[in-house]
Write a protein that binds this ligand. Structure first.
Ligand code: NAD
Length: 357
């Protein structure tokens, strides 16, 4: 049966990089993988055609799809819109409407790009971490929240950090399952020395861990985890953490690799339906110039094959093809280095296709 893939290019460079990833999907399709690709607007593009960042037709399409490939949303022309109409709301709407609670953010440093990191090559060469971030709970969604006035007339802002056992249980299972397929090491990051919610988090992770005896489970306080990530990141295999800690740590880990244009991500629901996207934004500064790096989006297709479409061999093929393109010294401007050849977005997509073929 054919797999339905919703293609949501979004705004800015999203349009250019998704076009290259679609070439890869079409290549796989011509090789026998039964895919049905349907494009729809989201973000600023959604607002332009339907007056809202997540048009009804786009929402209906993603709900009926097996997987979603997203480019990026946002742009300066939308920044003065009321908050609920801004492009980013389209993204949040997709996450909550689809129940995408598990955010997978790999931080991989291709050996060919070791010089791009701000850390010493020996500290980061061969880096391969997977951060599993809880995406639909915690302090970003907890109630009550708001800004109120105290008796003395001073205003105070407040948010609620709350996690139920079932929320911790399900994100832990995703992380343990991934650890089983990788180096069988899982580090759960919390703040159990200060926060009750972290105490419960740790308890539940330990309990789930009893079902995964092959995985070596450790716990680390978030402040130490931030320090260890920049000191000796290769000690980590899989990390699991709550929404806000994951937000911060995954950006720090991404930057260890020095190249925002190389990193894919996945957001999964309870049935492995997923939304796949590069971690970067719509880069208005280079949009339309044909210079954006499409590799993060192409690698997002590899994640889609691995986590939603059950095609790990094809995922490996894409990863290997990207590696060979880098071996050949082909680089978009963001990862350009001495002795390499600078190419544009479409040429990079074509180079991956050549290696795939
Ligand atoms: P950004 O990630 O778009 O860009 C940051 C810097 O990285 C820019 O200099 C850009 O040129 C460069 N860059 C990003 N992707 C690149 C690529 N593939 N190839 C080469 N260079 C690349 O972040 P920003 O500038 O803070 O945000 C721009 C817009 O994107 C804003 O509207 C923001 O809200 C939005 N945004 C969207 C997402 C998303 O859709 N998931 C994520 C972050 C930001």
């Amino acid at each position: 049966m054919s797999k339905k893939i919703a293609i949501l290019p979004g705004d800015g460079i999203g349009i250019e990089i998704v076009a290259e990833a679609v070439k890869v999907l079409e290549h796989l399709s011509s090789g026998g993988l039964d895919l049905e690709l349907t494009e729809a607007p989201v973000g600023g593009a959604g607002y332009d055609v339907a007056g809202k960042p997540l048009p009804d037709e786009t929402l209906a399409l993603v709900k009926a799809s097996d997987s979603i490939l997203l480019g990026a949303v946002g742009g300066p022309q939308y920044e003065t819109l009321p908050r609920e109409l801004r492009p980013e709301r389209g993204l949040l709407g997709l996450r909550s409407e689809l129940g995408l609670f598990a955010n997978l953010r790999p931080a991989i440093l291709y050996p060919q790009l070791a010089d791009a990191s701000s850390l010493k090559p020996e500290v980061v060469a061969g880096l391969d971490i997977m951060i599993v971030r809880e995406l639909t709970g915690g302090i970003y969604f907890g109630e009550p929240r708001g800004i109120r006035e105290k008796d003395n007339g001073e205003r105070e802002g407040y948010n609620t950090l709350v996690y139920s056992e079932s929320e911790v249980d399900r994100i832990s299972r995703v992380a343990f399952d991934i650890a089983m397929k990788r180096g069988k090491k899982l580090c759960s990051v919390d703040k159990a020395n200060v926060l009750e919610v972290s105490e419960l988090w740790r308890e539940v992770v330990e309990k789930v861990g009893e079902e995964y005896k092959d995985v070596e489970l450790s716990h680390m306080y978030v402040d130490n985890a931030a320090m260890q990530l920049v000191k000796w990141p290769k000690q980590f295999d899989v990390m699991v953490t709550k929404n806000m800690f994951g937000d911060i740590l995954s950006d720090a880990a991404a930057m260890l690799t020095g190249s925002i244009g190389m990193l894919p991500s996945a957001s999964l629901d309870a049935n492995s339906k997923g939304m796949y996207e590069p971690i970067h934004g719509s880069a208005p500064d280079i949009a339309g110039k044909g210079v954006a790096n499409p590799l993060a989006t192409i690698l997002s297709v590899a994640m889609m094959l691995r986590y939603s479409l059950d095609e790990p061999a094809l995922a490996d093929k894409i990863d290997a093809a990207v590696g060979r393109v880098l071996d050949k010294g082909l680089r978009t401007p963001d990862i350009m280095a001495e002795g390499c050849k600078e190419i544009g977005t479409a040429e990079m997509g074509d180079a991956v296709l050549v290696e795939l073929a």
